[in-house]
Design a binder for this molecule. Structure first.
Ligand code: HEM
Length: 376
């Protein structure tokens, strides 16, 4: 978490890959371990009985709620929400995504300078997630504030720091849940959540608010960063944007390589349900362990020349969407959003160029640009 590592997470990835298999990070309260080797991270993610989700996926211990829980609760919740994220449902969103992107690009058409984050990669996922949930998209600034507070809260050592914004978000979502229950014709994922019954009883307010927040947060900052990171790499690597505009680079391959090289989430946490031996290190039971996707994606035992951004790479899967029971539910949606955006940008603004590197998003688990000024 030093300034060099924050500026370029590959610095910590290299250090971790050259260190012990389980690295104890003591400067955080509570201290946690970090797994970095590809095989260690992948095996831990697939062992959901030893590495459990039920204390939250950040470094702090949280109550098990919504989708951040373990079987059998997780099985029930995942089944409830996954219907809206099947490949067919997601593919059907393509025309709508195209319309939103066209509208956003239309608004910057006449601007001399605009910002990839503020004008494009931030609003797109917020609008589409709100539409999937079935809630109004009338106040994007408010959603932005809530989304920022939620991701910052995940990494914060002080649980009270973001309490006001988070409570406001909770009250808003609960009011929406009430509206969904009153309106029998209501549609959207929030209506499914509001009207779901577990053993004959509605989900509690805590469950509904947590689940809606998790879906809202999971799908926003991450997708925003995927889009901004990829545009940043294509524009800042010699000749890549020109090759992309000549259609010499396949959009999906570029998206996959961006996920490997610049994971929007550098890692998430599990908690040990028992003592775990990892090389020379023993991780105690009930301890937070970070699965460092960013380091695993650069493991030289698995990826050839891992420090090279190579859009023609294929082979072993990057871990940025995780694997196992909790594998990202929105991965097809995120990739489709990135594909539609990149293709539209290429067709509309082939002269796009960066005006500096902007700024990094704040919280240490996240890797993306909170500002990325461009001109076209
Ligand atoms: C590039 C964008 C995205 C990235 C990098 C990403 C990454 C991840 C990761 C690493 C996990 C954690 C899995 C674990 O705990 O082992 C996850 C879970 C999840 N993601 Fe995504 N995500 C992205 C976009 C989305 C989108 C668009 C949605 C849509 C709502 C979404 C919904 C979810 C949900 C609901 C979970 C929890 C799944 C579970 O615990 O069963 N994600 N995602």
């Amino acid at each position: 978490m030093g300034p060099d590592e924050m500026e370029d997470p590959s610095v910590s990835a290299r250090k971790l890959l050259n260190g012990p298999r389980a690295f104890l990070y003591e400067k955080y309260d509570p201290p946690f371990y970090i797994l970095s080797r590809y095989d260690d991270v992948a095996s831990a993610l697939l062992d959901s009985e030893t590495f459990i989700e039920g204390f939250g996926n950040g470094p702090n211990f949280q109550p098990a709620l919504g989708i951040l829980s373990d079987a059998p609760h997780h099985t029930f919740i995942r089944k409830l929400v996954q219907q809206d994220f099947l490949a067919k449902q997601i593919n059907d969103l393509e025309p709508r995504l195209q319309a939103i992107v066209d509208d956003l690009l239309g608004r910057v058409e006449d601007k001399k300078v605009w910002d990839i984050h503020d004008d494009l990669s931030f609003p797109l996922p917020v609008i589409i997630i709100c539409e999937i949930l079935g809630i109004p998209t009338d106040d994007l600034d408010r959603f932005k504030r809530w989304a920022d507070a939620s991701v910052a809260n995940m990494c914060s050592e002080d649980p009270l720091e973001y309490a006001r914004d988070l409570d406001e978000m909770r009250q808003y979502l609960l009011a929406q849940v009430e509206l969904k229950r009153e309106d029998e014709q209501s549609e959207g994922l929030l209506s499914t959540i509001a009207n779901a019954k577990h053993e004959g009883v509605y989900l509690s307010d805590d469950e509904c608010a947590a689940l809606a927040t998790q879906i809202f947060v999971a799908g926003n900052e991450t997708t925003t960063s995927l889009i901004s990171n990829l545009i940043w790499r294509l524009l800042s690597s010699e000749g890549l944007w020109e090759r992309f505009c000549k259609k010499e680079i396949d959009t999906d391959s570029a998206i996959n390589e961006s996920l490997r090289f610049d994971p929007p989430l550098l890692g998430l946490f599990k908690t040990t349900s028992k003592e775990v031996r990892m090389g020379d290190v023993t991780i105690p039971s009930r301890t937070k362990v970070m699965m460092h996707y960013g380091a695993a994606n650069r493991d030289p035992d698995v990826f050839e020349d891992p420090e090279v951004f190579d859009v023609t790479r294929n082979g072993k899967k990057q871990l940025s969407f995780s694997i196992g029971l909790h594998v990202c539910l929105g991965r097809e949606l995120a990739k489709l959003e990135a594909r539609v955006t990149l293709n539209a940008l290429r067709d509309r603004f082939p002269g796009l160029r960066l005006l500096g590197d902007g700024a990094r998003v704040g919280p240490f688990l996240f890797w993306g640009r909170s500002r990325l000024p461009v001109s076209h």
